[in-house]
Design a binder for this molecule. Sequence first.
Ligand code: N7H
Length: 469
Amino acid sequence: SLDLNNIQGDILSGLPKKTQYYIFFKIQDAAKFRSDLAHFIPLIKTVAQVLKDRDDIDDHKRRGQPGLIPLVGVNISISHFGFVKLGIDDSTLAPNGTEDVFVKGQKQDAITNLGDPKRADGNPDWEDAFLNEIDGLIIISGESHATIEKKKHEIEHIFGVHTHHASIQEVKSIRGDVRPGDQSGHEHFGFLDGISNPTVNGFDTNVNPGPKSVDPGKVLVGQTGDPTPTREDWAKDGSFLVFRYLFQLVPEFDKFLEEHPLKKDGNGKDLTPEKGSELLGARMVGRWKSGAPIDVSPFQDDPELADDPKRTNDFKFEGERTSQLKCPFAAHVRKTNPRDDLEPDFSIDDRRILRRGVQFGPEVTRAEHNSGKTIHDRGLLFTCYQSHIENGFQFLQQSWANTANFPPFTGIGNATGLDPLIGQGDRAMSGLDPLSPQNVLPIDTFIIPRGGEYFFSPSLKALKENIAT
Ligand code: N7H
């Protein structure tokens, strides 16, 4: 069985959050870092502790008590560059040796495989901070700004930041915030997020109907189902954390929907311009803003369906390998989890990722809305966990989202199109108009990658026995 006291909390259960700090750091003094780490480790929240937090939150709600209980959770992960600086041999983390994306780092991968736009100097068009070496990432999660701010100071104190003998230097700190009011849980385009994540055998109980559970080794190194069983013992119960700094052009997205409303739904019923724009957006994502899946409710939103955990993931695009009537082949959730478009011919167990992350940036202002132009930076601190980056995130981005003729059995080849949101390259897709699915619509850029890195989130045991001194 899984040792929930040995696994960092964000991996299997997600740190409870209203607000989070992502602190990207460089190690300045390796020996001091390894000894400071011993003082930092007690702050780390494990999966077992998150489960306890969730019970406390439920309890608080059940009693009808006002406000949020003070909560804070800290996790840490290290990049390959960090392990090199620390003098820790991480070669078995990278089964492909120097060709492994973990060893190369995401900056290299962005150019050769992820399709990120390039600058004239050959670097990806990222913020400068992410073009520098980043050795590690600390995530602080809490219920209020005051709570995470205080924890950030405590952590800076442990590593001697702002003194003459700091063991780390902050390269960049980004605060993310869950959106306010009824948009809580929705990403900036307005769609409910975090609905479909793989359930994990041996961890999740009471599994609702939906995609089948995966073995723990798809997320955790060294557990049943890990496709790379050759890693050293200290890597066990760790997981690879993929971070992507993704900016979203929300007013531009809204304007695009407004300018391309569908005239009729799939039953031939006339739509008002607003309903036509709403349906277009739902068909790009594969879910309505409420979260209701269009494969179940294709032509009108159904908030009750969205709220029902027994039904909201219960769809497979069954018998629809050549049909886009209910859902376009390239819709974001179909591209990133194609279900029966591949299964049972191909297993997608190795492709499932556990998505975390949080929104950053303010709500859209009236000026932005009226002009259809972004003024303030906003987007998603995209974060996901898996036991093998090339099988997980990288594969989804490169071989699915960026590939026009995926899924393979559509019968229309490249007209299928890239993922309209995260696809990198010439985005154009068919299937948006349910009555004329052959029509191909070019899609503007709404999501811009501006940085990222590949990290490893070690187990508590590894942190204590192999990394800290
Ligand atoms: Fe996506 N969005 O608002 O459009 N995503 N995503 N994603 N995504 C999902 O089902 C979004 C991104 C996946 O099992 C939903 O939980 C945005 C990257 C996967 O059905 C919504 C960004 C990658 C799933 C969004 C973004 C993925 C998924 C529906 C960036 C991987 C689950 C909510 C700013 C390469 C699919 C839900 C399944 C769902 C959005 C990025 C992957 C609404 C805004 C980079 C695997």
